[in-house]
Write a protein that binds this ligand. Structure first.
Ligand code: DOR
Length: 458
């Protein structure tokens, strides 16, 4: 059966046209530029339309605001989420996280290994992946920890992995490795893990919030979290860049949050980008919607040691502006949620992290778009095409024939107020509660099948 999405504004990182997309067998078969803006508006029938017997569904244009043009974009790709499964069903499950993901417009998600048990063997990763395939909502890529049990000792099952490019199994190998917030303490051990990542040709997501003698000293002398965690991030970022260069692997820096780390990454990337990828060392990085949208002042209002607590912490306005600058000049490659659901009592007790899958698109539209800022093409690049490239997934992130029909329909003109009670995620711990955000996900398609529809669609 064919599905035709027409009278849409079609956006991806290189496209901004009015027209139609034809889907068959879960794949985009054609992208046809047919309509002008005026055409689309005059017809007033934005949405999915009947084409003979091959109707998928009809979206009634009369429920739309007059003159509204719906925007079709590639589904979002998240490089960093915590699904809490197995082990922490009170915070989140694979099912609730996947529903949250599709409600937020995500089609592909990388989930971290800090579960119970830790995902440290291919078998454990594949159990989660197989459950996700059965659910059929998103394409999930469980990360594998670098060391057994994330204890910093013996390397995990990564030594037994076969590179994704060489596997032919239906449930492939992970596309990213990470020790999550722990980082590996010993340089020799981390270099050994980086060598495995190089062999596999996949990135290591480095969270850069652990260790460092300077940070430990600052902590011992009773300096505030803001002080020692900044030193920690900056020192850890420098360290993984140096070790990544030695190992000639792909280092991906997670949730960059300080202006110094931004500058370090920029300074490292400029010559790399100029001379091309000669040694195999690749450096990419991500920023989160909460670090782009909030500061330490917001954390204080929320409760710096409870509802406003996150790793790395919300920082100063100067840091936030540096991050926005880095998004604009391309230093930051991707936006990732660091979706970290917690229960109410865990937050009250100070567990760090924010639920984020269902607000990230709206936060990014609200905070990053506008004159002298991002347009929708760049936003799409940061949230879909670039993260897909980082994972080596060449069949998504763009609206182009042959790609998977992982798509979202967005009302870019709509605004809405964040109310966690309406979340699909079990985590209600949003720092954006009560905020008005621009941009609403109306529909999410996974391989051509509608997996989420907002209440505002009939
Ligand atoms: O605040 C955080 N919480 N940051 C992370 O990177 C991990 C996360 C968690 O697992 O709760």
């Amino acid at each position: 059966m064919k599905t035709i999405l027409q009278n849409m504004r079609i956006i991806d990182e290189t496209t901004d046209i009015y027209g139609a997309v034809v889907i068959e067998g879960g794949i985009i078969r054609a992208v046809i530029a047919t309509d002008t803006v005026a055409d689309a508006e005059n017809r007033g029938t934005a949405g999915l339309k009947a084409h003979g017997d091959s109707v998928a569904r009809i979206l009634d244009g009369s429920t739309m605001r007059p003159g509204q043009v719906l925007t079709l974009m590639p589904a979002l790709v998240d490089l960093h989420a915590h699904f809490r499964d197995p082990g922490f069903p009170e915070k989140e499950t694979l099912e609730s996280a996947s529903l949250a993901a599709v409600a937020g417009g995500y089609g592909t998600v990388v989930c971290m290994a800090n579960t119970n048990p830790v995902i440290d063997t291919l078998e454990k990763a594949q159990v989660l992946k197989a459950r996700s395939v059965r659910l059929g909502l998103i394409d999930l890529y469980p990360v594998m920890a670098l060391t057994r049990g994330m204890e910093g000792g013996e390397l995990s099952g990564i030594t037994a992995l076969v590179a994704p490019s060489e596997t032919r199994t239906p449930i492939p190998c992970p596309r990213m490795l990470s020790e999550d917030g722990r980082d590996v303490a010993g340089d020799a051990r981390l270099l050994a893990a980086f060598a495995e990542a190089r062999r596999l040709g996949i990135p290591v997501s480095c969270h850069c919030d652990a260790g460092g003698a300077e940070a430990e000293t600052a902590k011992r002398f009773g300096k505030s979290r803001e002080v020692w965690s900044r030193i920690e991030e900056n020192v850890a970022t420098q360290r993984v860049i140096e070790l990544g260069k030695q190992a000639q692997c792909h280092v991906h820096i997670a949730h960059v949050s300080t202006k110094e780390a931004v500058q370090l990454i920029r300074a490292t990337k400029v010559p790399l980008n100029k001379s091309g990828d000669e040694t195999g060392f690749t450096l990419t990085c991500e920023a989160t919607p909460h670090h782009l949208g909030l500061t330490e002042a917001d954390a204080r209002v929320l409760g710096a040691e409870s509802w406003g607590r996150v790793n790395p912490p919300l920082r100063t306005e100067a840091d936030r502006q540096a991050l926005i600058g880095a998004v604009l000049d391309g230093t930051i490659d991707a936006i990732a949620t660091d979706h970290a659901p917690h229960t109410e009592s865990d937050k009250e007790r100070g567990s760090p992290g924010f639920t984020g899958l269902e607000t990230s698109y709206g936060v990014c539209m609200t905070e990053l778009m506008g004159e002298d800022r991002l347009d929708l093409k760049r936003l799409s690049s940061l949230m879909s095409a670039a993260p897909a490239r980082i994972l080596g997934l060449i069949d998504r992130g763009r609206i182009t024939p042959g790609n998977r029909a992982d798509l979202i329909i967005v009302d870019t003109g709509a605004s809405w107020v964040v109310n966690p009670q309406g979340f699909k995620s079990r985590g209600q711990n949003s720092p954006f509660t009560g905020r008005k955000l621009r941009g609403r996900i109306l529909m999410t398609m996974h391989r051509g099948r509608v997996v989420f529809e907002s209440d505002s669609i009939d």
